[in-house]
Structure formats: structure tokens, C-alpha cells
Design a protein around this ligand. Structure first.
Ligand code: NAD
Length: 267
């Protein structure tokens, strides 16, 4: 399988290049960087620190799709919107890892998934996908006497908050409670907020240093607390998961899939 990498000089793009090179049955087909990037024209393997792979970074997304069987995208919401549309036009599989996506993306994803297999996950690690399942089960088992709070910490460069993974954990907990997250979520607290409302799902965001990604879902009751936590210590787990998802799309019917489909997890 020829894999195309969007943002091949980015933190995740370089990890994906390493994971593609290490995985059996796939090779780097192409890679793009944003117009004006000093990475353009450079060998993608060299950018990833694994030696030359003979494929150079280009700026044209159309070339990326032409030279790949599946495209992996960890870039920015604006770039990802264009790549979702291209997946729909070309029918090529797309793995979406970019976070901070909005309603416009959901609409484009629904349309593109009629023509192409698309796997979208806010987090491609096996551990976080297990934590999603456990958070849903715990929320289903424990009633509103247990207050749900989700705490996340990431490196100082992260631009969106709360993290996509924190929001996915919130969605999982809300699904367990059979409520809509947007009706229950409290994304920030400051000043005289009043007492916590029963059934709210709270979020707290920390930023600093080089933290790859820490998430904890807390179920706080009277006299006890249950915590479901995950700590990523290397971005490699996300890249390996994305490559696993890319290989899984081979021969797959068009549709919008989640990492739990790839891993065979079900609630
Ligand atoms: P980064 O800024 O290091 O890398 C993004 C790269 O994309 C940059 O090199 C940038 O130049 C490039 N880019 C931007 N627009 C482009 C375009 N139009 N064409 C080609 N390249 C373009 O960021 P990062 O830390 O690698 O994170 C990227 C995204 O992935 C973020 O949204 C982050 O939250 C997300 N992420 C998701 C997971 C997951 O498991 N789903 C894990 C880690 C990070």
C-alpha cells in the first residue's frame, strides 16, 4: 500500500513516515507540506530521520492523492477540510488524525464517506480507545451521584482545547449516560460559578512542557472516586495506530469508521 502523508515535516507527519517505513506491506507514496515550507523538495525519509526514501515533499494535495492508495492526515483543520473533499472526489481512503474539527468538517466527512473509506479518530492509540470503552461502561454503571470531570494535559505547542481525546472521552461518558454531551458539558469555570449542576460533564485543560498527552476521567462520588487514566509517552503510538488504520482500509467499503472498528472493540 502506498501511503501519502499530509504535513510530512510536522511532529506527527515525521512519526507517520517512521511508522510507514517500519510496517510490513506499505511504503511512503508521497508527502506534502504547506506552501512556502522549507521542507518542500526535501526527502521525506530524511525529514523523519530514517535516511533517504527517494520521495520528496511537495505542496500539491492533488499529487499526494494521485501517488497514494491511502492518505494519512495530521495537519490543521483548514488543510484537513480540503483533504476530506479530495478523498470524496478520488475515492481514496483517508485517515483523519487532525483535531479541533467543526461542523463544516462533519458535513464534508458525511459526503466524502459515501465514496471513500475514512477512519477518523481524535486518538489512534490502543490504550485510549480502551479508555473510551471503559469510560462509557463506567458512566452507564454509575448514576448522576458520581460527578464526571475530564482532565487533560498536553505540550505547550498544542493549539486546540480541550483536546480531541478529552472531547471523545466526554462523548463516551455521555453515551454511557444516554445524554447529549453538548447539553451537559462545562468547558470552563472562572469566578463565581455557583454550585456544580448534577449530571454536568466538566473539562479542565492544562498546557506545558513536552507532555505528549495525559487524560483522566474522574467519577467523583460521596466518599470515593474512580479514575480512568491514560498517559502517552511517545507520539509513535498514534502514528502506528494510524498506519494500522490505513492498512485496514484496504478493500473496505466507503464509510466513516472509528478506531474501535479498526481494533474490533465494541461497547
Ligand atoms: P505540527 O504543527 O507539528 O504539524 C502539522 C504539519 O502540517 C505542519 O508541518 C504544517 O506545515 C503542515 N500543514 C499545514 N497545512 C498544510 C497543508 N495545507 N498541506 C500540507 N501540510 C500542511 O502539529 P502536530 O503536533 O503534528 O499535530 C497535527 C494535528 O494532529 C493536530 O491537530 C493534533 O492535535 C493532531 N494529533 C492527533 C493525534 C491522534 O491520535 N489523532 C495525535 C497527535 C496529534
Amino acid at each position: 500500500m502506498r501511503i501519502g502523508i499530509v504535513g510530512c515535516a510536522g511532529r506527527m507527519g515525521r512519526m507517520v513516515a517512521q511508522a510507514v517505513a517500519a510496517a510490513e506491506g506499505c511504503a511512503i507514496g508521497a508527502g506534502t507540506e504547506i506552501a512556502g515550507s522549507p521542507a518542500l523538495g526535501q526527502d521525506i525519509g530524511e525529514l523523519a530521520g530514517i535516511g533517504s526514501c527517494g520521495v520528496r515533499a511537495v505542496a500539491e494535495a492533488a499529487r499526494l492523492f494521485a501517488d497514494s492508495d491511502t492518505v494519512i492526515d495530521f495537519s490543521s483543520p483548514a488543510a484537513t477540510l480540503a483533504h476530506i473533499k479530495l478523498a470524496g472526489e478520488t475515492g481514496k481512503a483517508l485517515i483523519v488524525g487532525t483535531t479541533g474539527l467543526g461542523a463544516e468538517h462533519d458535513k464534508a466527512l458525511a459526503a466524502a464517506a459515501k465514496k471513500a473509506a475514512i477512519v477518523k479518530a481524535a486518538n489512534f492509540s490502543v490504550g485510549v480507545n480502551l479508555a473510551l470503552l471503559l469510560a462509557e461502561q463506567a458512566a452507564r454503571t454509575l448514576d448522576d451521584d458520581y460527578d464526571i470531570e475530564i482532565v487533560e494535559m498536553h505540550h505547550r505547542h498544542k493549539v486546540d482545547a480541550p483536546s480531541g481525546t478529552a472531547l471523545s472521552l466526554g462523548e463516551a461518558a455521555a453515551a454511557g449516560r444516554r445524554v447529549a454531551l453538548e447539553k451537559k458539558s462545562v468547558r470552563a469555570r472562572d469566578g463565581h460559578t455557583g454550585a456544580r449542576k448534577r449530571g454536568d460533564i466538566g473539562f479542565a485543560t492544562l498546557r506545558g512542557g513536552d507532555v505528549v498527552g495525559d487524560h483522566t476521567v474522574i467519577f467523583a462520588g460521596d466518599g470515593e472516586r474512580i479514575e480512568i487514566g491514560h498517559k502517552a509517552s511517545s507520539r509513535a503510538v498514534f502514528a502506528q495506530g494510524a498506519v494500522r488504520a490505513a492498512l485496514w482500509t484496504k478493500g473496505r467499503q466507503p464509510g466513516l469508521y472509528a478506531m474501535k472498528d479498526v481494533l474490533g472493540f465494541s461497547a
